[in-house]
Design a protein around this ligand. Structure first.
Ligand SMILES: [Ca+2]
Ligand SMILES: [Ca+2]
Length: 211
């Protein structure tokens, strides 16, 4: 009788996995959180920059539009004053150009013509009727601004003088400054150079005859 075969030795128990050091575990989570936060912040910064880039020109357009609306209102006031003078004296006001002559003469809204409409010129507005109330000056650049020569200038909200044409010969027409040789069926027209300050660029000009 042989010795019974000894039972095989049980396989050695697997070595337990070394525990992850708590310090290393915390660092990995922290890195991930940091990356996520960084990405979110970067995303927010990009969004804000894009919105700001979009908002600046929009704001500029809205501001220019608001000033153009204001210019139109100021021109209509000036035009009403001219029409009131015409009703009162049965002629259009004229500071330097004899009535019925040289309607091609452009008149800037300053000095003599304004003195007539405000009643300051007692020769050409002998009843001293204050037909016109100039807009208040704004920052010394727009509205009713007194220049170095002591003349009152009527400047649009962009800081430039209004320009005018009068129907001095009474045929109901004035020269069209935008289209040389053409006429406009109005007793008086006024226009602003618009936001670009250039009277010859008509795209942005504000015109009393085209509301
Ligand atoms: Ca005319
Ligand atoms: Ca212009």
């Amino acid at each position: 009788m042989s010795d019974p075969t000894p039972p095989p030795a049980p396989p050695p128990a697997p070595a337990p996995m070394p525990p992850i050091p708590p310090a290393k575990q915390g660092m990995s989570t922290g890195c991930i959180v940091g990356l996520v936060v960084g990405a979110v912040v970067l995303f927010c910064v990009i969004i804000i920059a894009v919105l700001a880039a979009l908002a600046v020109p929009t704001f500029a357009r809205v501001t220019a539009r608001a000033k153009a609306v204001q210019a139109m209102a100021q021109m209509q006031n000036l035009k009403l004053a001219v029409r009131a003078y015409q009703v009162e004296y049965s002629k259009l006001p004229s500071a330097t150009v004899p009535e019925g002559k040289d309607e091609q003469q452009m008149v800037e809204a300053k000095g003599g013509i304004i003195d007539i409409l405000t009643g300051k010129d007692h020769d050409k507005n002998p009843r001293q009727v204050p037909f016109y109330e100039p807009p208040p000056p704004k920052a010394g650049k727009s509205g009713g601004v007194t220049n170095a020569a002591g003349e009152l200038e009527i400047r649009d909200p962009f800081g430039h003088l209004y320009r005018m044409y009068f129907d001095w010969n009474g045929d109901g027409q004035v020269p069209d400054p935008q289209h040389p040789g053409a006429t406009i069926d109005e007793p008086v027209i006024i226009y602003s150079a618009g936001p670009d300050g250039d009277y010859d660029t008509w795209k942005d000009n504000v015109k009393s005859w085209e509301p």
